[in-house]
Design a binder for this molecule. Structure first.
Ligand SMILES: NC(=O)CCC(=O)C(=O)O
Length: 275
């Protein structure tokens, strides 16, 4: 069982050139392996600009298509677990924002479709409506990383405590969210939400953003690792970079023992209160 491992969060720069985005991600995965990573993760929408007008144009079927080919090949060549960020998926004429996970043999372990679509309207700030084009997934997904259970979410999913709690109740010790927050909500909400999810559920939280771009949807950056104490243990700036963190899952065991909130929950009361 893996209790100590090195994670690499790749904050890659993403542009309109699909092939260039894939080459860049592939180069950075190789670099992360050289940096000693066992588990490597890419950002939300790492193969296409983030915007509703781009989703159908860049969408690919899973597991066919150049993006899955690159991810599978990179995971195998570098013998790493690879959380393949997200990219627009098409199936039966419907589009999804989907995260794929690959094992060191290059096999697809699982895929997760964003469950909570990013539909917000902040006048003078940001208006975005993923649901204009995308369908929401309806299945929480976990995978096994050498005996460690990891739960998946995508960006806006971070705001939904219920999903994170469900993963903790399923035995997860790490939650991974590829995510592209923006310049309106990012400065206050990005770090706070991750620290909240980590502290409430006594899990490690990884969130992986694209690097900040100059036009279109401007990503906040600041890819981050938060430990189960709620402490930020690694954080990127806003440019292209790889953030490494040496994760020690003994921290989960220790904190869960010291502050045993999951055996102290009053479900006998919560479950009987009328809504
Ligand atoms: N891609 C997203 O889901 C963005 C979420 C976001 O920026 C937020 O404030 O929430």
């Amino acid at each position: 069982m893996m209790r100590l491992f090195r994670a690499a969060l790749i904050q890659s720069r993403v542009g309109k050139d699909h092939a260039k985005n894939l080459d860049n991600a592939s180069r950075l995965i190789a670099e992360a392996k050289k940096g000693g990573a066992h588990l490597v993760a890419l950002p939300e929408c790492f193969n296409s600009p983030y915007g509703t007008k781009f989703f159908n144009e860049y969408a690919e079927a899973i597991p066919d298509g150049p993006t899955c080919n690159m991810l599978s090949k990179a995971a195998k060549e570098h013998s790493v677990y690879l959380v393949g960020g997200t990219f627009p998926e098409v199936e039966n004429g419907k589009f999804y924002n989907t995260c794929t996970v690959w094992n060191p043999e290059g096999n697809l372990l699982c895929k997760y479709r964003k469950m909570h679509l990013f539909d917000i309207d902040i006048p003078g700030g940001i208006t975005f409506k993923e649901s204009d084009v995308l369908h929401a997934g309806d299945e929480p997904v976990t995978f096994d990383f050498e005996g460690v259970r990891i739960g998946l979410g995508i960006c806006y999913d971070l705001r939904f405590e219920e999903l994170a709690k469900l993963y903790r109740l399923q035995g997860c010790e790490v939650l991974i969210y590829p995510g592209a927050f923006n310049m309106t909500t990012g400065p206050i909400h990005w770090e706070l939400l991750q620290r909240g999810r980590a502290l409430d559920n006594q899990v490690y939280v990884f969130a992986i953003s694209p690097a900040r771009n100059e036009q279109g949807y401007i990503a906040w950056g600041h890819s981050q690792v938060t430990d189960p104490w709620g402490k930020v243990t690694a954080q990127a700036g806003h440019g292209e970079e790889i953030v490494y963190d040496d994760v020690n899952l003994e921290e989960c065991d220790k904190i869960r023992q010291q502050i045993p909130i999951f055996s102290q929950r009053r479900t006998d009361v919560y479950d009987t209160v009328k809504k």
